[in-house]
Design a protein. Structure first.
Lengths: 646, 104
């Protein structure tokens, strides 16, 4: 089968699965529908590997440089000769890499859910939603055009909304789904404005034409774009920052991160798929897609991205150390890791042509997908066993859940950056890129990776140690079948070995192979910091002790504010409920009720009623009155005629 | 033989016409109202024939129109009588003031 055909099939099989499961779901047995969905994703995952193999080793390389390969492209909406919205499929290093990540993690989650979601109501719809999500995410990464990407972007948003709110009988799930949708939608407004500005300035929406026009030296498009500036940034930088705002919404960058922790209300496999490996990296992917424009024409925008990323990484890591709900710890850890990818892209704004941050970011995206999906699926297995999200209900589970324990440990080692696990390599690359670009960000990053090691191992020790080991508590839940264990094992293999892929030779900003710097001396400090974090976690949480409580009491203020997520949610509530509702919401409600409804709608209705009441008396039912009117009309006409002819 | 001038004929038809109008507005009996309408129609007929004869003696359209109007008037009278009979059955009267129920 040809590679082009395969990549088209990859995109449309999940859509087919969604249509079949949602339209005919009632007629299919739930078990069968789960198996259908999983089989389709298995095919998609296999085809993605096939296409990736073909792209990287067969047809993708021209003169030693990976070039874009447009599989198909057609004009969907033609505005004028110059501007049209196209639909198509493009293969280039990052989209091919994302195809692997998405289809693979999605397949693992499908497989895992067979057991995890067994017996749930609307099991078929769950699989339909998963398929819709996979379709939109795959469509997003192969988009040829900013607007196509935007459409799939919104599709991703809606399928995420459906999945977060899957348990729609729980009020908290509904609130979380709405919050996620509204926050990301708000950010997407910025994205849309950014798209319009870019397309206005460059007269195109096509990614590659856009990049070409906005990076060429002496290009008239850049000149007109940068001619005006606002608050010290050129129009181009503002457009790119607005696009980044959309990405920050999806990727949960500060201050738009508030939806991600709440999104943990969804089923745990969904968290693994959406809120760990795929949807939340869409923002990183977006910046990476437009990276040449950022790097060449608007490095100041990249600086802002770098600062936001570094701050978010630290901020989320601090919160993660205090949370007690295991999924929330993972959520904040995700925010922190995504922020790592974000500032890795951002640090390329310093230093001409030094784009190792780009490769490092994509590398971390790739490895993070494995170990974070693994962590979520492992957490799902734990929750499945103890029926609680809270750490205090856990402890000593290492004997009861041996496979989960081992794989979870591997994922923790990977995310903590311990060699030779996958996270080590990608994190070293990011740190090195930061070191070469901006030292303050480097120090923040090193400190954050120490914190990462600490909170991940806090999680690990609290779940699996800290209490005497328990064997089977008798409610028979270590009966995790192969459907739950196999994904854990496969992802663990990814978490261990994915770091050995010579990533730099496949993915880089220019398409040329680059060598990711790797110095033993440089790695010593971050690894030592990571190990220190693990050690502290062991001392505090390895056995049950009251030391953590003492420490948290002694720094009560800091601890409390971190525990309450620095009151960001409260600030949002204050701004929306107290300020926006009172200053804008209530006046506009009053205006709507009294002016629009009362004055314009009811007013015109009652005016009509009064007028008709006044003139209806003319219809008296008396024949001779009508005749009088008739005669009067005729006489007037006759008089007019006479006047005219005199 | 000296002809009757056109103006005399037109005066006759005008008198007939306004007699009809007067009857239409003042009578209370529906049958007389109907007869007034016939007067109006006939005044128009006279006009048609007169104009045909005095202005266009070589054409026949005025005469034809008159024939049509007479036919239609016959049909209209039968219809009107039918309506009046139905009114009488329902209201037991054919006084025009008592039959004003078709209104707002």
């Amino acid at each position: 089968m040809s590679y082009d055909l395969s990549s088209e099939i990859i995109l449309f099989l999940p859509l087919l699965s969604f249509l079949v499961l949602s339209l005919f779901g009632k007629k299919i047995k739930p078990e069968i529908s789960g198996i259908i969905g999983t089989m389709i994703l298995a095919i998609v995952a296999f085809l993605s590997l096939y296409v990736a193999f073909g792209y990287f080793f067969d047809f993708g390389k021209v003169d030693g440089v990976y070039v874009k390969h447009i599989v198909t492209q057609f004009s969907w909406l033609q505005f004028n000769e110059n501007l049209s919205i196209d639909m198509g499929i493009v293969l280039d290093p990052i989209s091919v890499m994302m195809l692997i990540v998405i289809s693979f993690v999605s397949f693992m989650v499908h497989l895992y859910s067979l057991n995890y979601m067994k017996g749930e109501d609307r099991f078929t719809m769950y699989y339909a939603y998963l398929a819709l999500f996979s379709f939109s995410m795959l469509g997003l990464v192969v988009a040829v055009n900013l607007f196509q990407m935007y459409m799939f972007w919104e599709l991703v948003g809606i399928s995420s909304f459906l999945l977060i709110g899957f348990y729609f009988t729980k009020p908290s799930a509904i609130a979380a789904a709405k919050k996620a949708f509204i926050v990301t939608r708000f950010a997407d407004l910025g994205f849309l404005i950014g798209i319009l500005m870019l397309s206005y300035g460059a007269k195109t929406l096509d990614f590659f034409v856009l990049i070409e026009r906005l990076t060429a030296t002496g290009s008239p498009y850049i000149a007109s774009f940068t001619a005006t500036s606002f608050l010290g940034l050129s129009t181009l930088s503002w457009a790119l920052l607005l696009v980044f705002a959309g990405g920050a919404g999806k990727s949960a960058m500060f201050p738009l991160h508030i939806w991600l922790p709440d999104a943990m209300e969804g089923p745990t496999p969904v968290s693994a798929l959406i809120h760990a490996a795929t949807m939340v990296v869409a923002g990183v992917f977006l910046v990476a897609r437009l990276f040449p424009i950022f790097a060449i024409s608007a490095p100041d925008a990249l600086h802002i991205i770098a600062y936001i990323g570094a701050f978010t990484a630290l901020f989320a890591a601090i919160i993660a150390t205090t949370q007690t709900d295991i999924k929330r710890v993972l959520a904040y850890s995700t925010i922190s890791q995504i922020a790592f990818m974000m500032f890795a892209l951002g640090v390329s704004g310093w230093g001409e042509g030094n784009n190792e941050g780009y490769t490092a970011s994509m590398f971390h995206l790739f490895t993070h997908a494995f170990f974070k999906a693994l962590l979520f699926l492992g957490a799902g297995a734990v929750i499945h066993a103890v029926h609680s999200n809270e750490m205090k209900d856990m402890g000593g589970l290492r004997k009861a859940l041996p496979i989960t324990h081992i794989t979870f440990l591997m994922a923790c080692l990977a995310i903590a950056g311990v060699p030779p696990f996958a996270g080590f390599f990608s994190k070293e690359a990011i740190l090195s890129a930061a070191y070469n670009a901006n030292l303050p960000i480097f120090y923040v990053a090193v400190f954050t990776s120490g914190l990462t090691a600490f909170y991940m191992f806090r999680l690990y020790f609290r779940i699996f140690w800290s209490k005497p080991a328990v064997k089977h508590e008798g409610h028979g839940h270590e009966s995790h079948t192969w459907a739950m264990n196999i994904p854990l094992i496969i992802l663990a293999a990814g978490a261990v070995f994915a770091g050995f892929i010579p990533f730099g030779s496949f993915v880089s900003a220019e398409g040329k192979a680059i060598e990711l710097p790797f110095h033993l001396m440089f790695s010593i400090i971050p690894v030592l910091v990571g190990l220190t974090g693990i050690l502290i976690a062991y001392v505090l949480y390895g056995k049950k002790s009251d030391l953590p409580a003492k420490i948290s009491n002694s720094i009560s203020f800091v601890y409390q504010s971190a525990y309450h997520k620095f009151y960001i949610d409260e600030i949002y509530l204050f701004v929306t409920k107290k300020i926006l509702f009172n200053l804008i919401g209530r006046p506009s409600a009053w205006f709507d009720k009294n002016v629009v409804n009362g004055g314009m709608i009811n007013g015109s209705a009652s005016g009509t009623v009064m007028f008709s009441g006044a003139i209806k008396k003319m219809q008296s039912g008396r024949l001779q009155t009508y005749a009088m009117f008739f005669l009067g009309g005729v006489l007037i006409l006759a008089a007019l005629l006479v006047i005219k002819f005199i | 033989m000296e002809q009757v001038p056109l103006s005399h004929v037109l005066i006759l038809s005008s008198i007939l016409f306004f007699l009809g109008i007067y009857g239409f507005f003042t009578r209370r009996n529906l049958i007389t109202v109907l007869m007034s309408i016939e007067l109006i129609l006939n005044s128009v007929n006279i006009n048609f024939v007169a104009f045909n004869k005095y202005l266009y003696p070589h054409q026949l359209e005025g005469v034809f129109f008159t024939l049509f109007i007479i036919t239609i008037a016959a049909a209209e009278v039968s219809l009107a009588i039918a309506i009046i009979i139905n009114l009488y059955r329902r209201f037991n009267t054919i006084d025009i003031d008592d039959t004003d129920t078709m209104k707002y």
